[in-house]
Design a protein around this ligand. Structure first.
Ligand code: ATP
Ligand code: MG
Length: 766
């Protein structure tokens, strides 16, 4: 380790140190997980400040989340031995973009106090516009349009820049017009949506070179973390800011071979998300000392193997093109991983090596081998949650701090089972990067319907869903119901019943409200005769609530639908609606802020950049992980992105990585047999240990079976169970299984068709 120099530099390896100390010119740190990229960025800021090269307000530093920004500020303070005051430009793309936009709002036809619309406002506005254009909302839902516009904005496309054919394929050929009118309306409303925070910022810079120059001059240093996940809009924004104020001509074409035709970044937005493959930095021309245009001091760090936001428009190409975009860039590779012990790192590296589209890199650790990555099978997701709960309690007894324990799931619906389990066990937990399961908007909506059925006097519940989905019962109607209820001292729902008998409401609203009241009466009658889970399905269906999300094209709609199914599934564990709702209020009652020590629960996506001593990775099953939806929609590219996600998951672990899969998942009331994830096959046997499930509660643990199909893992031997055993267990749990033989057939046909080995379930188990 390099000795000498300021304290914060000691301990860095030579490559890290080079990345920190190369302050002039563009620098790209392209390196794998846990190699200290984020640490390099933070140290670089400390270095810039302590060398007096810039003051805090002259440094632009972009992180992927607000949490990461806070973290960085904290670390910086520790390095410099004093709290860092005034790093106003350390934050996410959107927070910084929004900040700049407020200062110059009038230049983009806004006022500085403009409001930022949320998705609901966005949809409401679009709905009006679609109506005005006479476009059928049923065929072209407003939510779909909102998703489309977001996509265009991620690609940096103003209305005039959307390829005509693409815009015309929506809304009877009027997609482009809707987008344009939408932008105009936002201006009239003095509002911006989330995408505008960057897009309007880009427009601001393009149309006002003097403003742009001001920021170019101000930011002496630009730093970007997680560069592999920037989308086109973010890229364009960075490019504008990082150009030298007096950039001569268009020198890029001079140093870049012909196949990269565009000489300025702006032309790139026309091609949208088209991919230029084969642009590995190695193939880039060497800069031979010929005169280069002055470039800014920009330092980006990233890892192509951790690019996991392709579905949100991120372009891993940005990282591959860095040397072209920033001539004279110094590319630094870090190879030593400081985070994970040997087995974990080896398993993660071996897994990601199955991807074709990657730059490839070596990662080594000087740490001990440590514990092997464990793979544990369990009967179903309930057993999985129980097993993980027990393991965590064991870790706790062994003196581990709960803050060093994380559970990383592929889909948010998986969290429900863990949250319920933790509440039962009294284990503190916190959900990172999103609300807790029962606090999600779609879950609260669904619960509001059920609460209204269960107790008609629950005004809060009724008010929440009276106009969700939209049924023409706006604020005025609700206000009137309130007045009525207050005057007569009756619940809101009863006020509704009374009001529809009068002519106080306009006919349309009146009809709509009457329908709703009648629906609730019918549901209440049904609740006497049908099971509460069935009732929930009926309500979600008949109310139009499920349909509302089915029509939604925003990126998270599918996840919400999954959550709704999971909600219904969770109800099966309770005897009746009353019992279920009591349980919910218990769960919700728990302090949201889990106190000092808590297990972290989050999706793999939100785990980016984080690290924990102990990482649990449940749900490694085909269909769930890799996600069937991603495979269906994106094929091979989708599979590679899922694999990068698995890689991100494993590389979060410092000392223990524990993978789980369940052989049955009960989805929507029916058993479905699952197949262990192909990613398990891709783990190196030497670094992995198959273990017994600890959650089997005396059923002998279903842990091992299924393990035998991992092509390169040793056969699990005799600990699998007999078909008779499976049938018995399934019957014990509600008897909705398809029976032992069907189960086996599916397994053998799968392993036969996929791996072609005899290591499959069916055969191995005979
Ligand atoms: P990711 O790709 O997951 O974001 P990263 O490359 O940003 O990872 P960091 O989070 O910066 O990696 O570092 C990983 C861990 O290694 C951190 O705990 C960090 O403090 C530690 N670390 C990094 N460099 C060194 C070093 N030179 N000496 C000791 N520890 C280090
Ligand atoms: Mg990092």
């Amino acid at each position: 380790a390099a000795a000498g120099g300021p304290q914060y530099l000691s301990g860095l390896n030579p490559e890290q140190r080079e990345a920190v100390e190369t302050l002039d010119g563009p620098v790209l740190v392209l390196a794998g997980a846990g190699t200290g990229k984020t640490r390099v960025l933070t140290t670089r800021i400390a270095h810039i400040l302590s060398q007096g090269r810039a003051r805090p307000p002259e440094i632009l530093s972009v992180t992927f989340t607000n949490k990461a920004a806070r973290e960085m500020k904290l670390r910086l303070g520790q390095m410099l031995g004093q709290a860092v005051e005034g790093m106003p430009w350390l934050g996410t793309f959107h927070s910084i973009g929004g900040r700049i936009l407020r200062v110059h709002a009038e230049l983009v036809q806004l006022k500085s106090n403009f409001t930022v619309l949320d998705v609901d406002d966005q949809v409401r506005l679009l709905k009006q516009l679609l109506q005005a254009e006479g476009i059928d909302d049923k065929r072209w839902p407003a939510r779909m349009m909102a998703g489309l516009i977001d996509g265009w904005k991620n690609r940096g496309l103003m209305p005039s820049q959307v390829p005509a054919g693409e815009a015309a394929s929506f809304g009877n050929g009027k997609g482009g017009k809707i987008y344009a009118t939408y932008q105009e309306r936002l201006k009239i409303l003095n509002a911006a949506d989330f995408g505008d925070l960057l897009l309007e910022n880009i427009r601001l810079f393009r149309e006002n070179p003097d403003v742009l120059r001001g920021y170019q001059n101000r930011f002496k240093f630009i730093l970007v973390d997680e560069y592999q996940d920037t989308n086109v809009a973010q890229y364009l924004w960075l490019r504008l800011l990082s150009q030298a104020p007096s950039r001569p001509g268009l020198p890029l074409s001079a140093v870049i071979p012909g196949r990269l035709e565009e000489a300025n970044p702006e032309s790139r937005d026309q091609e949208g998300s088209s991919r230029e493959s084969g642009l590995a930095p190695d193939s880039a021309p060497r800069n031979d000392g010929s005169p280069q245009p002055p470039t800014r001091n920009i330092c980006c760090v990233g890892d192509d193997d951790q690019s996991i936001y392709g579905w949100r428009g991120a372009e891993v190409d940005n990282i591959l093109r860095f040397e072209h975009d920033f001539p004279g860039a110094k590319v630094i590779r870090l190879e030593r991983n400081y985070r994970s012990t040997g087995h974990i790192l080896a398993a993660a590296s071996h897994l990601i090596a199955h991807n074709e589209g990657r730059l490839g890199k070596t990662l080594r650790t000087e740490d001990v081998d440590g514990e092997k990555v464990t793979v544990t099978g369990s009967w179903d997701s309930e057993e999985e949650a129980r097993a993980i709960g027990e393991e965590i309690e064991e870790l706790q007894r062994a003196g581990e701090n709960l803050n060093d324990v994380a559970i990383l799931v592929r889909a948010s619906f998986q969290m429900r089972e863990f949250e319920d389990r933790f509440v039962t066990l009294g284990l503190s937990y916190r959900v990172i990067g999103g609300p807790r399961f029962y606090e999600r908007a779609e879950i609260r909506d669904a619960l509001a319907y059920l609460r209204t059925i269960n107790s008609p006097a629950d005004d809060l519940a009724f008010e929440r869903i009276v106009n969700v989905p939209k049924r023409g019962l706006g604020d005025a109607t609700v206000q009137m119901l309130h007045d009525h209820a207050r005057k007569r001292r009756i619940p809101l729902f009863e006020a509704a019943r009374a009001v529809v008998e009068t002519d106080e409401l306009k006919p349309k609203a009146r009809g709509s409200l009457r329908d709703l009241v009648m629906q609730f009466d019918r549901w209440r009658a049904q609740s006497e005769v049908t099971s509460h889970t069935e009732l929930a399905e009926i309500v979600l269906d008949e109310s139009g609530y499920t349909e509302m999300w089915q029509k939604d094209r925003s990126a998270d709609a599918a996840g919400r639908l999954e959550n709704l199914k999971e909600l219904v599934r969770s109800m099966e564990e309770f005897e009746n609606l009353q019992g279920f709702l009591e349980h919910i209020s218990l769960v919700m009652d728990r302090d949201g802020d889990a106190g000092d020590e808590a297990v972290s629960l989050m999706t793999l996506h939100s785990a980016k950049g984080l690290e924990f001593d102990n990482v649990f990775l449940p749900g490694w099953e085909e269909g769930l992980f890799p996600s069937q939806r991603t495979l269906d929609e994106q094929g091979r590219a989708g599979l590679e992105e899922e694999r990068r996600l698995a890689h991100v998951g494993l590389t979060r672990a410092r000392r223990r990585a524990k993978i789980y899969f369940a052989t049955n998942r009960r989805i929507h009331g029916t058993w479905s047999t699952t197949i262990p994830s192909r990613f398990l096959d891709e783990l190196p046997a030497h670094n992995v240990e198959i273990t017994e499930s600890k959650g089997g509660s005396g059923w002998g643990g279903s842990g091992g079976y299924g393990a035998s199909r991992f092509d390169n893992l040793e056969s699990f031997g005799s600990s699998y169970s007999t078909p008779g055993w499976q049938r018995a267990q399934a019957n014990r749990r509600g008897g909705q299984n398809r029976g032992g033989s069907g189960f086996e057939e599916r397994q053998s046909s799968f392993s036969g068709s996929r791996s072609g080995t005899s290591g499959g379930f069916g055969q191995a188990r005979r």
